[in-house]
Design a protein around this ligand. Structure first.
Ligand code: FAD
Length: 399
């Protein structure tokens, strides 16, 4: 359970958040919504490879979840970063993919609320907050993922704006989104220096969607891609000019890495509870499974890993909440690396302790296994976190 921290919002606004009692009440409504509207549909979304648009819209209508960390005067709930994470954690207990899809549309809405023009707010903000339209943030391309500076989508200057051409792949919500923050290169081979970001309206000419990818799981994320063919982007739809796009992309990455870490802790907590409850009643050789040292130690190791992962995640949350953006880079990398490396062995241990029963899909542990794999790539792969940590070695341990 996170502590309640004072917070300067990640989108730069003072966000007082809800009072503790008010927030606790709100959280009980989120949990009820999860249990009634999300959990019963998780396997249906996986089996049908379906994007959960109806339930996302319902989450917006009933609880305002697509505007969590947006100021109330812009139509949001005005939650703090930490409160947003508590909500995402509750949802991730049974569906990290749903939570991940939700927060990605939310992030586009929050960026428009903060950075967009009056026209953007009028055209898109209410539609995103109400789940009438969905949002994506698109950096990755078929030939460039970790190496973001190598993207090839090209923005060519034209009268009154830019013509965008290229292809994006592996984009959250791409199955349904049409309000998209796109990163493109303005000068061929200029690397990070040439990257700018643009707001693209997928209902306009020059935008076409590619088929979402069938994956090993996590279909509620709606992962897929799109193509831009001379899409005209007027000057006012430039969100970050050349040279600033790269930094703009990095500015919110620590928060994203931290909520992924938090979601991983939430999935392991759910699995461990399930395993402990099962192991405390199932008997073999006259004793409950939990009375066998071999099983109890295996689950104790999971609890031990979870404690450590939660503390690293708490540290990243409190660093971000205190507004220490420089320290947040390392804190978020440590949290994401540790949690995404611990989650798979932890889930396997929980499944193993339940014997064959652990394989039944209704327990959602297989669903969490594919989400755990996904956590190792999104918002910077595990190796990229290691790379980031390695860059700090000399400064921190070299004297
Ligand atoms: C479900 C899902 C949703 C996603 N959503 C989005 C989204 O909304 N927007 C978006 O822009 N992208 C999104 N991504 C893409 C994600 O950001 C990339 O998958 C990630 O950046 C890694 O890129 P890659 O898959 O191309 O792997 P590559 O960059 O090709 O790397 C392949 C492997 O090599 C490792 N590697 C690469 N470089 C190094 C190095 N220098 N040192 C050591 N190891 C290295 C990587 O860690 C990885 O294990 C999503 C991905 C998934 C799976």
């Amino acid at each position: 359970m996170h502590k309640y921290l004072g917070y300067v919002g990640i989108y730069g606004q003072d966000m007082p958040g809800l009072e503790k009692n008010e927030f606790d009440l709100f959280l009980t409504k989120v949990i009820r919504f999860r249990d009634e509207a999300i959990t019963p549909r998780v396997l249906e979304w996986e089996n049908n490879r379906a994007f959960p648009s109806t339930v996302l819209t319902q989450a917006a209508a009933e609880l305002g979840l697509l505007g969590m960390e947006i100021e109330t005067k812009s139509g949001g709930l005005g939650l703090t970063f930490e409160q947003k994470l508590r909500v995402l954690d509750e949802i991730s207990e049974t569906s990290m993919p749903f939570a991940f899809s939700l927060v990605n549309t939310h992030n586009v809405a929050a960026r428009i609320a903060r950075q967009g023009s009056d026209k953007h707010r009028e055209l898109f903000l209410n539609d995103l907050i109400t789940g009438t339209r969905f949002g994506s943030t698109a950096l990755t391309e078929p030939s460039a993922g970790s190496d973001f500076g190598a993207i090839k989508t090209l923005a060519t200057r034209t009268k009154g704006g830019w013509l965008l051409s290229g292809e994006k792949a592996w984009i959250t919500n791409a199955a349904a989104s049409d309000v998209i923050i796109i990163y493109a290169q303005t000068k061929k081979d200029a690397g990070a220096r040439g990257i700018a970001s643009f707001l693209v309206d997928g209902t306009q000419q020059g935008f076409s969607r590619t088929e979402p990818f069938p994956l090993i799981g996590g279909h509620a994320i709606g992962t897929g891609g799109f193509r831009l063919d001379n899409y005209f982007c007027p000057d006012e739809d430039t969100l970050a000019p050349a040279g600033e796009g790269f930094l703009a992309a990095l500015s919110s990455i620590n928060e994203a890495r931290t909520y992924v870490a938090s979601m991983c802790c939430s999935m392991v907590r759910f699995a461990l509870r399930k395993a402990v409850i099962y192991a405390s009643t199932r008997k073999t050789f006259g004793h409950t499974l939990l009375e066998h040292q071999g099983v109890a130690w295996s689950l104790a190791n999971v609890a031990n890993q979870l404690e450590a992962a939660s503390l690293l995640t708490e540290k990243a949350i409190s660093t971000i909440s205190a507004g220490n953006s420089k320290q947040a880079i390392l804190a978020a990398s440590h949290a994401k690396k540790f949690t995404s490396e611990m989650i798979e062995p932890a889930l396997v241990a929980c499944i193993q302790s339940m014997g064959a029963e652990g394989l039944r899909e209704e327990h959602l542990l297989g669903h969490h296994m594919s989400a755990a794999r996904i956590a190792n790539y999104v918002d910077g792969s595990t190796e990229i976190q290691t790379e980031r940590i390695s860059k700090s070695l000399l400064q921190i341990y070299g004297t």
